[in-house]
Structures are given as C-alpha cells and as structure tokens.
Design a protein around this ligand. Structure first.
Ligand code: AMP
Ligand code: GLY
Length: 419
C-alpha cells in the first residue's frame, strides 16, 4: 500500500518510520522535504493533497498536524473516497477551540479545571478576580503558545490584555480563564475508530525549555514513555472517565472521532483532570510512542480510518523510551537557520530499533547535507530495558551529534522531573 504522511516534523518522521516497517507498505510519501522522511524513499507530494493522493493511488493518508485537521482535510479526503487517519473538522474542534472543548467536557462529565469563556476583556478581568490563581488561554490554535500560567493576578490581568490586543491573532478573539491546578503532567493518547478508544501507554512531555521545569514553555523538549511514576490503573481510569466518554460524546453529536485523541492531564490530589485535548499525536511524544509500539501500525491506522480497532490491548516493547530534543540554543526565541548538522546516522534507519534520530526542524542541503531549519531540530530517541538505560542511551547518542548552538535539557525522564 502507498501511504502519504502529511506534515514534516519529528512526529511525522516517527509515523513515516513506523509505517515504512510494515510488510504491507510499499511506499511512504510525504508533503515535506524533511530529509529523514525523504530517506525512506517515498515521493514528495507538493500539490493539493486530495488530488495527489487520488492520482498516486494512495491507500491511506496519515495527517500529522492539527491545522489541516481543523481545516477539514479529512472531510475532503473522505468525500474523495480516500481513507484518512485523523478526525473530521467538526471533531477537530476539540483542539481548535478551547471553549468548545471545555463545554464538551462539561456535557460529557469529563473532569477538568473550572472555567469561563469571554469575548471581551472586562468579563475576563472579572473572572481573574474570582478564580484566584488561574490560567489564561487564547481560545483558538496558537501553535502551543496561547496559554499563560499566571503566578499572580497582575500577570493574569496582563495576559488577558495581551490576548485581546491580538498577540495570538484571531486565536485570541475569545479567552478562556481557568482555575490553576497543580500536579505532575501526563499525556494519555488513544486510537479511536469512532466507537471505541484504545489507549496507548502513557507518555510525558517536558514543555519548559530548561532543566527542572524552568524557563519558557516550548513545543516540548523531550519525552519519556512510559514515565516511571504512573500509578497502577491510571490508564484504565483515564480510558473510562475521559477518552471513552469523549468518543461517545462525539458519536452522539454525529461527528464520530477517528484518529488519535490526546488527553493532556494533570494528576491533581483530587484525581486526573484534563488540561487540553489534542486531536493528533503529540510531538515529541509520538517519537517514543512509535519506538515502543511492538506491532504493525498500518492495520491500526486503517482500522481507525475505515473499520474497527481490535478488542485487545496493543502490544508494546518492554522497558521505556526516552526522546531528547536537540534544539537551537536560542529556541524558543529567534535563531539562525541553515547550519550544518554532523554525526547523523546514515541510511533510512528503517531497521533501527533501539536508537533512532528523528528529524524535526531540518532541511536538505547541497551534496546530501542535512541543515537546521527549525527551533527543535532533532529527537534523539532510545529504547532500553528500563528508564535509566533509555536515558543513558539517548544522552550518549546526543553527544555524537552536533550543530552550532545545539542545546538540550539534561533531565528528560529523570526521577522527580514532572514535566
Ligand atoms: P494546554 O495547551 O492547555 O495544555 O496548556 C499548556 C500548558 O499549560 C500545560 O501543559 C500545563 O503545563 C499548563 N496548564 C494548562 N492549563 C492549566 C491549568 N488549569 N492549571 C495549571 N497549569 C495549566
Ligand atoms: N508535545 C505537546 C503537543 O504536541 O501538544
């Protein structure tokens, strides 16, 4: 089968790498020029995805990022009769609008922080006063940057003004103010076929730029999968109380959820609470998840798109996977592009199992060179028998790769690190 992966970051490299291992996949094409994905040998789709998929006999389109999902790419593929992994636009509202997601959670009885939504600054300022410690969120898609966790009321008031002043463009036309929760964070994702949610093993992103959770929020500086501190039974609890009710709610609304549903959770003293839903794999979480998945992803993705998922737990490798993001030193601020990267593994890494270097913000250079392009450049991902060994292997590999100003957190997946 010819598979097309839409998107070109570390998440999409991990998906393409995993799909390329399927005995049923003949070619993995891509919409990007990510050299890591290109090394898998597929073609480049550089036109309209629906037309290209039809013209090139694509049997499955896997849509990585949220923007094309919210924009209805899966609706258009379905209309053309092309199987697609990912939710339709109406279901992608779970990520595209925080107001929609919070109202939906209340409707389905899914545990989340107390909240209110506002279309004008006066109402939002009043809410800041009633909530006390709070979090201010732009309603729409803001590339993971539209959330301000306020340490005090002054910061929250300033955040309200900033969002309504247009810092996040149209994403900030509405503002959600939420009670501020505390506790370790955890991502639990589930494959969904419109009827059932089948959970994956849990993962933990590390969102802050610097060690020990210091510094600005980023897209994610690394991930451990599964984290060492997940209580027994928690994944089943999240399936029962969060993921399955969300799939049921979407089915009731006539907008069945197919693809992967991501619950970003905080493990509070009162139990898990949903901070956000995403309607796609997390990045970097997707990288250790794909490295840990011990079965063919193609039939699972096809079942989400067009059939029913198997009624059994998925199969996973023993141990843990650790993904360390190598970023530009100035990230998440502005940084130069086009710097050469040395020390990357050669070949397509299709047969790699215990160590894979996923390419995120990279581009092709002359004579086969790989150059930096984004802020998060690489996801160095190792699988080993336990957390310490996975961490050691990932960090040992990081030492062998270099580009100017390369920087990384040194505590991904370390005991006591909660994100
Ligand atoms: P979100 O994009 O909604 O997941 O928010 C990004 C990050 O902000 C989360 O990963 C948390 O670290 C933090 N955050 C979001 N909502 C809350 C909340 N209600 N209480 C505390 N922290 C939060
Ligand atoms: N790593 C967090 C996200 O993908 O939203």
């Amino acid at each position: 089968m010819h598979v097309l992966v839409v998107g070109g970051g570390g998440r999409e490299h991990a998906l393409a790498w995993k799909l390329a291992q399927s005995p049923r996949v003949t070619e993995v094409s891509t919409t990007s020029d990510n050299p890591g994905i290109a090394a898998l040998g597929g073609r480049r789709c550089d036109g309209d995805v629906v037309a290209w998929a039809r013209d090139h006999a694509v049997g499955l389109v896997v849509v990585g990022p949220e923007a094309p999902l919210a924009d209805g790419m899966v609706d258009r593929l379905q209309a053309a009769g092309i199987p697609a992994f990912g939710p339709i636009g109406a279901a992608a509202q779970l990520e595209a609008s925080k107001t929609f997601a919070k109202a939906f959670m209340d409707e389905c009885g899914i545990p989340t922080a107390r909240w209110s939504t506002h279309e004008d600054a006066a109402g939002a300022h009043a809410a800041v006063e009633t909530f006390g410690p709070c979090v201010v969120k732009a309603d729409g898609l803001a590339a993971g940057k539209g959330v301000i966790v306020a340490d005090d009321a002054a910061v929250a008031h300033a955040a309200v003004d900033e969002v309504f002043d247009g810092r996040f463009g149209t994403a900030g036309a509405r503002v959600v103010v939420e009670e501020r929760l505390t506790g370790p964070e955890l991502s639990v994702l589930a494959l969904c076929d419109g009827v059932r949610a089948v959970p994956l093993i849990p993962a933990r992103d590390h969102k802050r730029r610097f060690d020990a959770g210091q510094g600005p929020n980023t897209g994610g500086m690394g991930a451990i999968c599964p984290p060492h501190d997940v209580p027994e039974g928690l994944v089943e609890q999240v399936r029962r109380d969060v993921l399955q009710p969300a799939v049921d709610g979407m089915a009731r609304r006539g907008t069945p959820f197919r693809g992967v549903l991501y619950a970003g959770l905080m493990l509070t003293p009162d139990g898990p609470r949903v901070l956000e839903f995403n309607v796609r794999f997390g990045d970097p979480e997707c990288q250790p998840l794909m490295a840990m998945l011990d079965e063919d992803f193609l039939p699972l993705a096809l079942a989400c798109a067009t059939g029913s998922l198997p009624d059994r737990p998925l199969r996973w490798r023993d141990g843990a996977a650790c993904c360390v993001v190598m970023a530009m030193g100035a990230y998440p601020g502005s940084y130069p592009k086009g710097l050469p990267i040395t020390g990357l593994p050669g070949g397509d890494q299709r047969d790699a199992r215990d160590l894979v270097v996923f390419q995120a913000g990279t581009g092709p250079g002359p004579d086969g060179a790989v150059l930096t392009r984004g802020g998060r450049v690489l996801g160095v991902t190792a699988v080993a028998g336990d957390h310490d060994a996975a961490r050691d292997a990932a960090y040992a590999a990081v030492q062998g790769i270099s580009f100017d100003t390369a920087a990384w957190r040194t505590d991904i997946g370390a005991p006591g690190v909660e994100g």
